[in-house]
Design a protein around this ligand. Structure first.
Ligand code: R5P
Length: 295
């Protein structure tokens, strides 16, 4: 049998996964001791079962990571057959290499730890760089939410005017291409340039013009909002009709919301990998599809 175990940071993805897959849902018993230490307990026997643990790594990410380790180790200790870690938002994924000599490659530490603990498979959503999955080894999977985000935008905006899907940089163009397929539209990536007279930094689509069109900007993460704010102001100056933004992981740190509003973003949608008022798209269906294939 397969059990879907919802961790303290599952953000409802566990419930939706159980609903779609019809696997049994188990909520982990969780508390925090007065000194801040976490405690978890399985309320049902897991011996001989395939245990799918859902725990996202949004803030406080270190605590949520430790809770994930406790849940994995306890399940194996209790005789679970296989443990699958479903981590909708993988924290630390942007520190994917040594940018400066001597730095920790944080995503490697996270994935190695999960593997070494005995995790059978690892699933995440729109990981910052897919090559990071190699640190887990075999059976590490990344699914994308971009099609789901694009479907949502299509439904919300039946009046899209010659849409152009844009990624904030070349490295993220895969997100734009995936969304564009659903929207049946063109896509491009934004490139930075400096105004020779004013010194102002702005971004521009590499090949196409955004003038008179609806700009749909997609990215994996919105953190401080700086990247999307610059993209939105720039494309609006270049004549974009509206700016619609879709992102998988809405970290939205500090005044990110205000920054996006001031930049003229007309609409923002994100997924439930991280809780926020914009998390209207669920990643459960794409994870469920993969789970059915693996198990
Ligand atoms: C960068 O490579 C990521 O894909 C995001 O574009 C970035 O993390 C967004 O950060 P911020 O919202 O702070 O500009």
């Amino acid at each position: 049998m397969v059990l879907i175990v919802g961790g303290p940071a599952a953000n409802g993805v566990d419930e939706k996964l159980a609903e779609i897959t019809r696997y049994r849902l188990v909520k982990i018993v969780h508390k925090v001791f007065p000194d801040g230490e976490s405690y978890v307990r399985y309320p049902v026997p897991v011996e001989g079962e395939d245990v799918v643990i859902v725990q996202s790594l949004y803030a406080p990410q270190d605590k949520h990571f430790l809770e994930l380790l406790l849940m994995i180790d306890a399940a194996l200790d209790l005789g679970a057959e296989r443990v699958i870690a479903v981590v909708p938002y993988l924290a630390y994924s942007r520190q994917d290499r040594m940018f400066l000599e001597g730095e920790a490659v944080s995503v490697r530490t996270i994935l190695k730890t999960l593997r070494n603990l005995g995790t059978y498979a690892f699933i995440t959503v729109d990981i910052h760089k897919e090559y990071s999955l190699k640190h887990f080894g075999e059976r590490a999977y990344n699914v994308t939410a971009m099609e789901e985000i694009a479907k949502h935008i299509k439904k919300q905006f039946p009046d899209l005017e010659n849409p152009l899907v844009l990624s904030p940089d070349k490295g993220a163009i895969i997100h734009a291409s995936r969304a564009a397929k659903v929207l049946n539209s063109e896509y491009d990536y934004l490139e930075k340039e400096r105004d020779r007279v004013t010194g102002e930094i702005r971004v521009k689509p590499k090949e196409l013009s955004v003038n008179g069109r609806d700009a749909i900007i997609v990215d994996d993460i919105i953190s401080t909002g700086g990247t999307i704010a610059l993209a939105a102001t720039s494309v609006l100056k270049q004549g974009a009709r509206r700016v619609i933004v879709g992102c998988t992981h809405p970290l939205l740190i500090g005044d990110a919301r205000e920054k996006l509003r001031k930049a003229g973003v007309n609409y923002l949608v994100a997924t439930d990998t991280i809780p926020s008022e914009y998390s209207k798209v669920t990643v459960a269906p794409v994870i469920a599809k993969l789970l059915k294939k693996i198990l």
